[in-house]
Design a binder for this molecule. Structure first.
Ligand code: DX5
Ligand code: ZN
Length: 214
């Protein structure tokens, strides 16, 4: 089954509760945390996640685009994240493993994220302990960018690794997902689609979510 994860990066942050309710027909809510160092943009942190947790029962898929994410895993877990994604480029492998162990200890689902420059094989040391792999289909940092078609190969390679070592693991794609690109990533093996502008830019949001699901 294909899951749709609307990204609140494209929502109105002054009306977040209203905009979260608008996507209640989706499967989970994608929350983009950016620190101004790992990526040039700055978005939101632990206090905002805590407030989001209070106003929705949706599954919270929190994408940490921050340097040295192990420092923040426990705080985001306590704030109500259901799943945390850490970027493999954001720290040394031992510290990434530490971040994943902290997620496990705090009862949060574990995901590893790959920038477009990172090869699929980079997930091999972690794959057996992961609940999800997130393949970026744009350079992380901003919503509304063009889908990178060259990432279809990475999606296919990650799908092959998942099928071989951990078939229960989900494969999420993030960036430039629209009704036009969704069938391409699904065909390549993705099963969780993040969408910001394609959802929040639509006049009929439930219809946009249904269209992405295919
Ligand atoms: C980008 C974020 C994405 C972003 C996607 O760095 O990780 O989640 O919100 O936005 P769209 O769907 O507009 O490309
Ligand atoms: Zn994201």
């Amino acid at each position: 089954m294909i899951k749709i994860a609307p990204s609140i990066l494209s929502a109105d942050f002054a009306n977040l509760e209203r905009d979260i309710q608008k996507v209640s027909s989706a499967d989970c809510l994608h929350v983009d945390v950016m620190d101004g160092a790992f990526v040039p943009n700055i978005t939101l942190g632990v206090p905002v996640l805590k407030s989001i947790r209070r106003c929705t029962g949706m599954f919270l898929d929190v994408h940490l685009m921050v340097d040295k994410p192990a420092r923040y895993v426990e705080a985001f877990a306590r704030a109500g994240a259901d799943m945390l994604s850490v970027h493999l480029e954001a720290d040394h492998p031992t510290r990434i493993l530490e971040a994943l162990h902290t997620m496990e200890a705090n009862g949060v689902k574990k995901a590893a994220a790959l920038r477009p420059i990172t090869k699929a094989e980079a997930i091999l040391p972690y794959i057996e302990g992961l609940d999800m792999v997130l393949v970026m289909t744009v350079e992380p940092g901003f919503g509304g960018q063009a889908f990178m078609e060259s990432q279809l190969d990475t999606i296919r390679q990650v799908r092959a690794i998942i099928d071989k070592y951990n078939p229960a693991c989900e494969l999420e794609v993030d960036g430039g997902i629209s009704p036009k690109t969704a069938p391409l990533v699904v065909e390549a093996g993705a099963n969780v689609l993040v969408a910001g502008s394609a959802v929040y830019g639509a006049d009929d949001i439930p219809a946009a979510i249904a269209a992405l699901r295919g």
